[in-house]
Design a protein around this ligand. Structure first.
Ligand code: 5GP
Length: 194
């Protein structure tokens, strides 16, 4: 998606440890007009699919998922990161290893909001090692729901998540795939660049 790639090049900040900061339009301040274009793009890419729920993970996926959900005219459920050891109530749970924070946490979704009638599109801001998506896919499976696919705003193609998700047969649509980025020269190369 050219508009997104141009914005990443213009405003993205490459940090050490293979982290791309996009706080000015995606992860802190949010450009809702851009989100709307992202929503339309996902709607186009998944036009052949029946989708009745968007699922994401807190916190940074929520804003983008809400706008995408409006384009699909379906509700959003976000998996909560559970802070306590004792999981209360009737929930599905799975474990996720965080790329940005380097720790393991549980994610939960109330059984009330995910079930066998759901045809789910997963939405997240970044795909790095794929642990967040794998955890979400596990929740979908535990709930007996159907995983239609996953929509990612920025995939870091030089990390292994994308390959692993595709290998599992999950339909993955990433709007910008970064092939490489260099902190020193501040250059970003996208996968389908000329
Ligand atoms: P994964 O589970 O695929 O390793 O990492 C995905 C999650 O880590 C995303 O939900 C995102 O919040 C965060 N993340 C991974 N890489 C980056 C990055 O380069 N920049 C930012 N801002 N977040 C990232």
């Amino acid at each position: 998606m050219q508009l997104l790639k141009d914005r990443i090049r213009k405003d993205g900040k490459i940090k050490e440890g293979n982290v791309l900061k996009v706080d000015s339009f995606l992860n802190h301040q949010m450009d809702v007009k851009l989100f709307k274009e992202i929503g339309k793009e996902f709607k186009k890419r998944f036009a052949d699919c029946e989708i009745n729920k968007i699922v994401t993970i807190e916190a940074s996926g929520i804003g983008i998922a809400c706008v995408v959900a409006e384009c699909f005219d379906v509700p959003v459920v976000f998996a909560k990161k559970n802070k306590t050891k004792n999981i209360a109530g009737d929930v599905y749970t799975s474990r996720v290893e965080s790329f940005t924070h380097g720790r393991i946490y549980d994610i939960i979704v109330a059984k009330e909001f995910l079930g066998k009638d759901d045809k789910v599109l997963l939405i997240d801001d970044f795909l790095a090692n794929g642990k967040a998506l794998e955890g979400l896919a596990e929740l979908i499976e535990k709930a007996g729901a159907e995983l239609v696919g996953a929509g990612i705003v920025i995939e870091k193609g030089f990390q292994r998540g994308g390959d692993e998700i595709r290998k599992k047969g999950i339909r993955l649509e990433s709007l910008a795939i970064i092939e490489s980025m260099d902190e020193k020269t501040k250059t970003i190369i996208f996968r389908d660049d000329d």
